[in-house]
Design a protein. Structure first.
Length: 929
């Protein structure tokens, strides 16, 4: 018998024992020693005992008792076992409340069994024909639910007192109920205590086990193949009266606002109501002594029924174990593998799992170190290649963006050189914006990240491996958002509570904190309210035509409705504490535009002076890195020293000024540079070295020295003159040119923050930051998302991109980009995958890639183009790692490669691999013939 079944049996016995003493307390009529008795029904003419009259029975709610002997019944009387010793009574069953101190010795006399006539027929014995050692001398018979019952049960004489059959004296009758109740209550308390102890022992064992029964253990760690493949994997609660049912999407915003009231009180209640493990489970493999060192955390173990099984290594015990679990997606079986962050001891096993599960995509939702604590071992080489066990991993490409980094690995199984294994391309998406504490302050980055993962994971690949450190908190959050977005699109509702419950049955503690739980809802609401606003740069003009059309059901245009959504974003005045201090209020040019606490620029405190760390400026994220910009107000006369202290402290080498010193007779910015010679502010001395006029802006080179540190730097200011006092620039040419000049300066001086200011540091400043970010993404991906870019800016600083005209300008300016600056909006990017020692891209076998012969439709889509038409559609090809001489040669070869169908084309990842070459072509916008 298993521990579980034994415990269940004990609980059942204990519960039965709880009921029996209660009944005994109600029905006991005598206590004390009595001799062995011969029970018979009393003749009808005898008077019934006074305590069992019909009146007392009626008053107690029992069936009416008739003084008949023999009596009839529709059910046979119960035959008691020979060792049963209790009271014969017409009352409901009672427990055996014996007293060991009152036992008497059995006699050798024999008596005939008492009989009753059943249905007027056969006599049925109701007591054994033996002398019984008893504590009371009377037996309890369970009364049938129907039929006639005798009220006149015969009570024999008490041989110890000589009293006739009155069942004891009046004093005994007075003491009997009190003693019986006390004994029953004592027994009840003991049994309740035993039940509590047993329950605690069982709960402790349950927690140690972690989860599912051995009966769920399956080969290869996958869900039972006998399960219907078509059944929905998002299980519904077995109860139709669920406290947290699925939410229709049109009620999502209302419900989220309601649950977030009182500091997320209802959200915490909902999260705490989640079952730790919805079903019973075991973690026997993870708990083995040989596997303990493979677990990062002792309480985060995979369940036996859902764990990933590795192929055993001969001679290595328990080599099939890795701390990873299969997790279902929305209506997709085993879509994910939830894994702990690899340890140094398990990196080889991790890559073995990637290879064996045919994984093409890895999602990493942690940094290698957080709070100086190792969260995950680096399981990839920084450059070149490295061998982990029998898997060789080489780094092919790396792209660093503001919220995540994309790495491409080429992996190959090494071993027998005569049986060379094919290579595979693995893409790792590393989300780097999850803070050490809590959750990201906005779900925008996570939604972009998730979309990128969805689009790039090949259709034919195995499970997506997702890991953080423990493989439950952030990992579970990512998976729930993915599943609920699919459910939202399919069913127009979400069931966060139900889905978290389900995946917790596959791996413990999935979604680990209430903050992560709330973040899931925020991400879903973000997607529902604003949707997917990304668009290909080639479709920009078509999209603008839609934006200029009337929005259905309103008198506004689509552009006006889109901007209205941005202005509805709530400004968090309660998060501007430092800027609102009385000592700092005079440092703000516009009282409505104050930096948020979480990203305000902090400058060193001046010795002996309080409140000198404040300047009205905010760090702003760019396309590729965080804190790319410092968005600030035009310095006031009394804050010029603070402005230059900020420039020096944060090593900003580029300043963009988007206002004149005065506009319409009002000061917009104090002059913070010398017209000639030098000027000083505290420890900072500024010397003007050079000033050059351009078509729409002025460039000033300044030499800045910190006299206290005895160090100097070269700083360049770009002063834009093309912004009129009212409205926006007439075209995007001047703004695009200054953005290009600033980017060039950054490449030469290092990627320190670019300081951008106008007057208040919001309208024009926000427009510059938005446009610069949009153009950088267009250059890299051929994609722009003006709405989310501006929305992100407004979450970082109030009123960024202040007017509808400025917002429209962010859409209009990129349309001039190609002809003005050479920031090519190419539909294709060709990169040189240089052959490295020991491997080549030739003949690569990438999961998800399909040959033209397998996908003739995809091949036909590409093969019908001549070279001229290809160039016309592509417009320009951006090359990396090539000089001009071979650029033309490659262009001429493209048409020949396509005509010969010598390529592999994956529509989802928009990747073309040229067979027999070291090249891969990445389509960065839709291919539209």
């Amino acid at each position: 018998m298993t521990y579980k079944s034994a415990m269940d049996s004990w609980l059942v016995i204990a519960l039965l024992a709880t009921v029996l003493p209660c009944s005994a307390a109600e029905n006991a009529t005598a206590v004390g020693p009595t001799p062995a008795l011969n029970y018979t029904t009393r003749p009808a003419q005898q008077d019934p005992p006074p305590e069992l009259t019909n009146e007392t029975a009626a008053s107690s709610g029992e069936p009416e008792l008739k003084a008949t002997a023999p009596f009839t019944t529709t059910k046979p009387a119960v035959i008691l076992a020979p060792n049963v010793t209790d009271i014969i009574s017409p009352y409901p069953p009672a427990g055996n409340d014996s007293d060991a101190n009152n036992q008497t010795e059995a006699t050798n006399s024999t008596t005939a069994p008492t009989t009753v006539e059943v249905n007027g027929g056969t006599s049925t014995p109701i007591a054994p024909n033996i002398n019984v050692e008893t504590t009371r001398g009377i037996i309890n018979v369970i009364s049938p639910t129907t039929g006639d019952f005798p009220t006149d049960v015969f009570f024999p004489a008490d041989t110890t007192t000589g009293n006739p059959g009155n069942n004891g004296s009046e004093e005994r009758r007075d003491e009997t109920p009190i003693i019986a109740v006390m004994v029953a209550l004592s027994s009840l308390l003991v049994i309740v205590f035993i039940i509590i102890v047993l329950y605690m022992l069982r709960f402790k064992k349950y927690k140690q086990a972690g989860s599912h029964s051995n009966s769920f253990r399956l080969s290869n760690g996958r869900v039972d193949d006998t399960e219907p493949q078509s059944m929905p994997l998002l299980a519904r609660s077995p109860s139709t009266n669920r406290k947290y049912p699925p939410l229709p999407v049109d009620k999502l915003e209302e419900e989220i606002n309601r649950r977030m009231a009182d500091d997320n009180k209802l959200f915490r209640e909902e999260f705490n109501a989640l079952p730790a493990c919805p079903i019973q489970a075991t973690c026997e493999a993870a708990s083995k002594e040989e596997n303990k060192e493979k677990n990062r955390y002792v309480n985060i173990l995979p369940y036996d029924h859902s764990r990933v099984h590795l192929s055993p290594i001969e001679g290595v015990p328990d080599s099939d174990y890795i701390n990873s679990s299969f997790i279902n997606g929305y209506q997709e079986k085993n879509k994910f593998i939830a894994a702990q962050g690899p340890k140094e001891e398990t990196v080889n096993d991790f890559w073995r799992m990637i290879w064996e599960q045919n994984t093409a995509t890895i999602v990493m939702v942690t940094n290698l170190k957080e709070r100086k604590e190792c969260k995950c071992a680096q399981y990839w080489p920084d450059q070149g290649c490295w061998t982990y066990g029998n898997i060789r991993v080489s780094v092919e490409d790396m792209t660093v963006l503001v919220d995540y980094t994309v790495r491409k690995f080429c992996i190959q199984q090494v071993g027998d050189v005569t049986n060379k294994k094919p290579q595979r391309l693995i893409t790792q998406f590393h989300f780097t914006s999850w803070p050490d504490f809590g959750v990201p302050f906005t779900p925008i980055g996570m939604l972009k990240f998730l979309k990128k993962v969805k689009n790039c994971n090949p259709q034919y690949a195995g499970a997506i491996v997702v890991h953080c450190s423990a493989g439950v908190g952030r990992t579970g959050t990512f998976m729930v958002i993915d599943a609920m977005l699919d459910m939202m699109n399919t069913e127009k509702k979400v069931d966060v509570y139900g889905f978290v419950t389900r995946i917790r049955a596959q791996r413990c503690q999935m979604v680990q904190t209430d903050m992560q739980y709330v973040f899931i809802y925020q991400a879903l609401l973000e997607h529902f309210l604003y949707g997917d606003t990304e668009l290909e740069v080639t479709s920009l003009e078509t999209h603008l035509q839609k934006l200029y059309s009337k929005f259905p059901g309103t008198n506004s245009t689509g552009l006006e409705e889109e901007f209205k959504k941005l202005t509805s974003i709530k400004i968090q005045n309660d998060k501007m504490r430092t800027g609102n201090l009385p000592a700092n209020m005079k440092k703000n040019r516009v009282l409505q535009i104050i930096p948020y606490e979480f990203n305000r620029v902090i400058i060193p405190v001046k010795r002996g002076e309080e409140n000198t760390d404040y300047v009205n400026a905010s760090f702003i994220d760019g396309y590729r890195q965080k804190d790319s910009y410092i968005a600030g107000q035009g310095p006031l006369r009394h804050s010029l020293e603070d402005f230059w202290r900020m420039i020096w402290e944060w090593k900003s080498c580029s300043i963009v000024m988007l206002t004149e010193l005065e506009e319409r007779g009002q000061e917009k910015c104090a002059q913070y540079w010398p017209s000639e010679g030098t000027m000083s502010f505290g420890d900072i001395t500024i010397e003007l070295k050079k000033e050059e006029e351009s078509e729409s802006y002025t460039v000033r080179d300044m030499f800045v020295t910190n006299t206290r540190e005895n160090k100097s730097r070269q700083i360049r200011q770009f002063h834009f003159h093309g912004w009129p006092e009212v409205g926006i620039p007439t075209d995007g040419k001047g703004m695009i040119n200054i953005i290009a000049a600033v980017q060039k300066q950054q490449q030469q001086s290092g990627n320190h923050p670019i300081t951008v200011h106008c007057s208040a540091g919001a309208g024009r400043t926000g427009t510059f930051c938005a446009l610069s970010t949009v153009l950088e993404r267009v250059k890299a991906e051929g994609i722009l998302d003006v709405f989310q870019t501006v929305k992100s800016l407004r979450l970082q600083r109030p009123h960024m991109v202040q007017t509808l005209e400025q917002y429209e300008f962010c859409y209009r300016a990129p349309s001039n980009c190609n002809s003005i600056t050479g920031l090519h909006l190419g539909a294709m990017r060709l990169t040189n995958q240089k052959a490295r020692a020991g491997h080549t891209m030739k003949g690569i076998n990438t999961p998800g890639k399909c040959s033209a012969s397998v996908r003739p439709a995809a091949a036909q889509q590409l093969s019908g183009f001549s070279f001229d038409r290809w160039i016309k559609i592509v417009r320009i090809v951006r090359f990396e790692g090539f000089n001009r001489s071979i650029e033309r040669k490659i262009l001429r070869s493209i048409d020949r490669w396509i005509s010969a169908k010598s390529f592999d084309f994956d529509i989802r990842s928009r990747r073309i691999s040229i067979r027999g070459s070291n090249f891969e072509v990445f389509l960065t916008s839709k291919f539209d013939p």
